[in-house]
Design a protein around this ligand. Sequence first.
Ligand SMILES: C[S@@+](CC[C@H](N)C(=O)[O-])C[C@H]1O[C@@H](n2cnc3c(N)ncnc32)[C@H](O)[C@@H]1O
Length: 232
Amino acid sequence: MNKWIQRGSAEIPNNGGTMKLLQRDQEFSIRLSGIRGELMNSRVHGSEEALAELGCARLGSVADVRVLVGGLGMGFTLAAVLRSVPASAQAVVAELIPEVAEWNRGPLGECAGRPLLDARTRLHLGDVAALVADSRDAFDAILLDVDNGPEGLTQDNNNWLYSAAGLQAMHRAMRPESTLAIWSAGASPLFVIRLKKTGFHTAVHTVRARPGKGSRHTIFVARKGVALQGRS
Ligand SMILES: C[S@@+](CC[C@H](N)C(=O)[O-])C[C@H]1O[C@@H](n2cnc3c(N)ncnc32)[C@H](O)[C@@H]1O
């Protein structure tokens, strides 16, 4: 096996440190400076895809749906959205760090099948929080994987998304009978209470990082307007 080679580096806004792209043979790793370590590895993407499958479960045959994905990362969630929605859909992907989009236009893009090139994809370079705050009745699904979950990892600023004010903004940005799905490294009963207080029906799913094995991650599913099946 070859050694890891650095393919790129980016400053994370708001003094968030440095993000690096590394490659070893066909494997890619995105790492954060300091003790935070690996953010993503291209061999581990089961829960990123589950986020899209759970968030878009009802959208397969609905025309003209609009889905917001925040952030791009290695593109696995975006690619799974595109597999779940019809040809008339639009998938808006918000990514804070321009270099991440550049990396996806290079060899990294092969990992998820180059979802940025799909005609249904719209790339929004910027903070997904600002896009949500500016949107009203705009999305049939919002899928968030910008961090470690309700406890931020790359951006302290992301904490707003999980706050009561952030959840209310997402509720406003969503169309009737739409779905919010949020990736998390672990469970958070307090966050579920906050979702319910915002007016969402909730379900909590535990998913594996790899098919049938690997770490267990949590996907919070919150529905606007319709009750959900599952543990809440
Ligand atoms: C864990 S990765 C996402 C992985 C992605 N689900 C996938 O399938 O590859 C998190 C991404 O969110 C981006 N990000 C972090 N905070 C953000 C924000 N506030 N707005 C938009 N993107 C953000 C990071 O730069 C990073 O690319």
